[in-house]
Design a protein around this ligand. Structure first.
Ligand code: SF4
Ligand code: SF4
Length: 362
């Protein structure tokens, strides 16, 4: 298959950068680039996913537009990353979901909300959505236990399978047949968990102009750790329900609820701040054609977190049914869309950081 236009552009820019090397101290990309004499397609895919889009090299670059060389590494790598998400997606026909991703997210969310309402309408008596229920098992008056379990399990299993196969596809190319040591995996994970490369060499990112800030890094932390806490809340709730036979909803001071509150707050703070940064960011180093996908995932995460916290606040009232339906519809949409959204960057970037640790360039 001939190289795409964006691959050709990435190769051209890396050849200029490899001769220049001014940005070596900014992030892991430039030391990793310096190891290559020629840039194969998997190498460029790896470098693009190693880039954390801090934009530091754009503002430092003497060859950035309007210079005739037109070097714009953050923009070029953002477009190449998106190309890699489509290339490695599983099953391949669903890779098209990355095109017009904002619309796909909106339509899928409408579909999952309709599915939840259909299940409630079919399996429960009229008026269920507007009735007040309380005590253990009250959620199952609105959405029967079996329906909730089967739909959630099927969508989660599909999502995890698609994410795993996509990650393996990426590693098969970009991993360069490296034999992995546990030390490299640990180092790669540590870099991913601390977002070291979003620190831009110590000063932070260029969010909207040439000034530096750590805000994007901290907001990303709030969102990512918030997401992990919410996932842990879901797992602990499943453990209580299935292993301990304790049906939801749970008391305020139980493990699932405390984790859910911390995670929901982190998600709302992180996604709100990242949406604001995306609105004010300079368009020059950005790939604006991908903004729809970025906003769609941030908005979906925000809505899922907000609906979860609202459900907790109003679970003893007659608004519980409607809020539960809304929350479940959003969570189902999130499960289905994770492999076909910007979420996959977390997996590919972590794998790129593992290769980076294995090559020892940083
Ligand atoms: S981004 Fe510009 S300044 Fe930095 S290494 Fe590349 S060519 Fe040099
Ligand atoms: S992480 Fe920042 S400095 Fe490094 S290539 Fe990406 S945008 Fe440039």
């Amino acid at each position: 298959m001939p190289d795409s236009q964006i691959l050709v552009e990435a190769r051209r820019e890396m050849e200029i950068c490899n001769a220049c090397r001014y940005c070596e101290g900014f992030c892991a990309v430039f030391p990793a680039m310096a190891l290559e004499r020629e840039f194969s397609t998997p190498d460029l895919t790896y470098l693009a996913n190693l880039c954390h889009n801090c934009q530091g090299c754009y503002y430092a670059c003497q060859y950035a537009p309007p210079h005739p060389f037109g070097v714009n590494v953050p923009q070029t790598f953002a477009l190449l990353r998106e190309e890699s998400y489509r290339q490695y997606a599983w099953p391949a026909p669903l890779a098209r979901a990355f095109e017009k991703n904002g619309l796909v997210v909106a339509l899928t969310t409408a579909g999952t909300l309709a599915l939840v309402l259909l299940l409630i309408g079919t399996l429960t008596s009229p008026g269920t959505l507007t009735s007040a229920y309380s005590g253990p098992g009250s959620f199952y008056n609105v959405v029967p236990w079996a329906a909730m379990t089967i739909v959630a399990l099927l969508t989660l299993l599909f999502s995890l399978s698609a994410l795993t196969i996509g990650g393996l596809n990426f590693w098969r190319d970009a991993g360069k047949n490296l034999s992995l040591r546990s030390r490299d995996i640990a180092l790669g994970l540590l870099d991913a968990l601390t977002l070291k490369n979003l620190g831009g060499g110590g000063h932070g990112c260029n969010n909207s102009d040439e000034s530096f800030s750590q805000s994007r890094r901290y907001l990303h932390h709030a969102m990512a750790y918030g997401f992990m806490a919410c996932f842990a809340a879901t797992c602990s709730a499943a453990f209580e329900a299935y292993a301990l036979n304790l049906p939801a909803p749970y008391p305020l001071l139980s493990v699932p609820v405390v984790l859910g509150i911390i995670g929901g707050a982190g998600l709302i703070i992180g996604t709100s701040g990242l949406i604001r940064l995306k609105i004010i960011t300079s368009r020059a180093p950005a790939a604006t054609e991908l903004f729809g996908a970025d906003f769609a995932l941030l908005a979906l995460l925000w809505l899922a977190a907000a609906s979860g916290l609202m459900l907790l606040a109003f679970r003893a009232t007659d608004a519980m049914g409607t809020l539960l339906a809304l929350h479940l519809g959003l969570i189902l949409s999130l499960f289905v869309l994770l492999p076909y959204s910007k979420f996959v960057h977390g997996i590919y970037r972590t794998l790129a950081l593992v290769r980076n640790a294995a090559e020892g360039s940083n």
